[in-house]
Ligand binder design. Sequence first.
Ligand code: MTE
Length: 309
Amino acid sequence: MAGRWKNDLNWSDATPMSAYLNRRQLMAGGAALGLGAIAGPALAKLNAAPSAYSTDEEPNTLEEVTGYNNFYEFGTGKEDPARNAGQLTTDPWTVKIDGLVDNPGDYGLDDIMQGVSLEERIYRFRCVEAWSMVIPWVGFELADLLNRVGVQPGARYVYFETLVRPEEMPGQRRGFLDWPYREGLRLDEAMHPLTIMATGLYDEPMPNQNGAPIRLVVPWKYGFKSIKSIVRISLLADQPPTSWNMANAREYGFYSNVNPEVSHPRWSQATERRVGGGLFSPRIPTQMFNGYAEEVAALYDGMDLAENY
Ligand code: MTE
């Protein structure tokens, strides 16, 4: 754990999200665990089609994308997921889709993958902790899946849950968060073409530490909205509870759109550090909606974004 704090300081990030947690709890969480076998079905077809939604910015390296992660089920340190997530069994994998849908059920990953078209989406990814990366995801539009299961008229929100399996997820043997990790989107956000279910990156199946075998990516929102290793998707009439909002509602709102003008209560969101830029590289200005304003600003017409943070 000492290494984690030192590392965070070296990388000159904002105070990490875990800082709201009790320090003693963090110290107790430091036991190192052995590396498990790398599991995972070869479900991300290689050579996914490129997309007009991709940025032409230089992607971060595979080492950066897979070596500096937030995945609290595997520990709160940035290097814990890479160290501990290898032991997660990702095959077989089932996603329960329920609530206000025409075809509820337990869908095997193969069922989900059939009939979706995989694309490469190179997106900026901005963590609420004020660091960012550029990541070449492989995935499909969430709207494709929702249209296939049939969204019923009363549905206004989509709720997601991560796997609960403390035997394989050492962080779940501690109360860092109230497990399962939960997230949610408004239905129109979920149906937006920028919103993807990612099953790989760098043309490889999703590495466990990045949320294998299937995770959400919503590029105009802070990274914590992009929930990993999803086992449940529910279509709901009402706004669902979400993990970081439950943990600290004042600091983490339901919307969590990237917004340089609305500070986190403990740090500014005006600038960010691009991971891998080197110790002395200047911070870069954070863009409204993480640079996706042209595509998504209309979703929030008439809303006070300081109020609905
Ligand atoms: N999903 C789950 N299940 N558990 C987590 O701890 N962390 C979130 C998000 N999704 C998290 C999660 C946060 S804070 C960020 S910044 C991103 O995952 C990090 O994604 P990456 O490690 O692939 O860059």
